[in-house]
Design a protein around this ligand. Structure first.
Ligand code: FEO
Length: 400
């Protein structure tokens, strides 16, 4: 992709990444990709906002050269130091030793730790403005959206908020960089939710604080560092983030995440019976085989819906290990306040339920009922399973 003008004197100079398989070394993006958006403001002072991951060095600097000679750059605003946005900083400094870095004080310390850079770093305070010619750019401290050093930058002439990770999402750009040019906005909103839950959700409270803090700004464009630029409806992504962050504090939407694992198909048969019972009610249901699905794709459903079904066998006196992993990730991301039912097969003695309780009780998940059966499910077990699912769905629906 080549450089795109966003407004007179403001340019998108980002890059797509369709090569990285695991974002942060954890979260799969092989199919979806991701973009590292950076921006250039062409004023009396020449300003870059955020950078790119180091393996994109060549493409990134080709983009910069399209809009400004690198030797003419005055400032680079580093909103956030995570290396997907800062990886090319050392080479930028080699190409232009005079460029001044603008960042929070916390980022300045981290800059030395990550890149050994200490010279010409000007720190900015919360709310501070910098006159760059025909406009001012203003800096807002937004700690933990995503790391503690994070700021957002506001262009007071064009009313653009450069929000870095905030309001971002997975998904490489398919040519179009604006929300109103995008042909498949549902895909990007779904990938924004997955990104939110994988990356930002633990910091939901700081996210809500940041949204509250920025509410007074006249924002015409949200320009995050991952995903689309929101210009037709900039508040759409803010409202989505607000809704998702709110799930960390209260109850989520009525719906069921059905997690299962099965060694020889016995628990799977019961899972199908339970799912059938749930399906009698008009309620969303998502089903995941925890042994075959990366938890990155499961977490958004757990985050979004208030009901969870865990169906897994006892394995060596405890819970089926892929289910342990999934529930541990839910604990890591502080997914709280769910209604839960569980079921599973055991060979010679149970144990799965004990492990489930140990993981989810500290998260405030309320265990409604549990059903274990020995070996394969009988017709009677399957009938009970269906009833079990139906009763649970009725309970979830009543929370609508
Ligand atoms: Fe996109 Fe927290 O880095």
């Amino acid at each position: 992709m080549s450089v795109v003008q966003i407004r007179p004197s403001v340019y998108w100079i980002g890059v797509n990444d369709r090569t990285t398989d695991l974002f942060e070394g954890i979260w799969p993006i092989t199919q979806e990709g991701v973009s590292y958006n950076s921006y250039f403001i062409d004023d009396h002072k020449k300003v870059l906002i955020d950078l790119a991951k180091s393996f994109k060095t060549d493409e990134f600097f080709e983009h910069v050269k399209e809009v400004v000679p690198i030797s003419k750059l005055d400032y680079v605003v580093m909103n956030h130091i995570e290396p997907d946005h800062s990886g090319v900083i050392r080479i930028l400094r080699q190409m232009n030793p005079k460029v001044v870095i603008l960042s929070s004080a916390k980022l300045k310390n981290m800059l030395e730790a990550f890149y050994g850079i200490t010279e010409d770093v000007n720190t900015v305070e919360d709310g501070e403005s910098l006159d760059i010619g025909n406009r001012k750019i203003q800096f807002f401290s937004t700690p933990f959206v995503h790391w503690p050093e994070t700021i957002m930058t506001y262009d007071n002439k064009e009313h653009i908020l450069f929000s870095c990770d905030g309001f971002g999402g997975y998904g490489a750009l398919r040519g179009a960089i604006f929300d109103d040019d995008c042909k498949d906005i549902d895909f990007y909103e779904k990938e924004s939710l997955r990104y939110y839950v994988n990356i930002v959700a633990l910091f939901s409270r700081p996210t809500l604080k940041a949204i509250e803090k920025l509410a007074g700004l006249n924002i015409e464009i949200i320009a995050p560092s991952h995903g689309h630029i929101w210009r037709k409806n900039p508040l759409r992504i803010v409202e989505l983030y607000k809704k998702w962050a709110g799930y960390a504090q209260g109850e989520a939407e009525p719906g069921v995440t059905l997690l299962y694992g099965s060694m020889y198909g016995n628990t799977e048969r019961m899972m199908n019976a339970v799912a059938q019972g749930i399906s009698f009610k008009d309620i969303p249901i998502e089903i995941f085989d925890t042994a075959r699905t990366h938890v990155s794709y499961i977490l958004p459903s757990l985050w979004q819906y208030n009901g969870v079904v865990v169906g897994a066998p006892t394995y060596e006196g405890a819970l089926f290990p892929p289910m342990v992993d999934t529930l541990n990730y839910a604990a890591l991301k502080r997914i709280v306040n769910k209604k839960l039912i569980t079921f599973g097969s055991y060979g010679w003695g149970g144990g799965a339920l004990k492990t489930i309780k140990k993981i989810v009780e500290p998260l405030g998940w309320e265990l409604i009922e549990s059903y274990e059966f020995n070996g394969g499910p009988t017709d009677e077990d399957l009938k009970k399973g269906e009833e079990f699912g139906k009763k649970f769905a009725e309970m979830i629906v009543s929370k609508k």
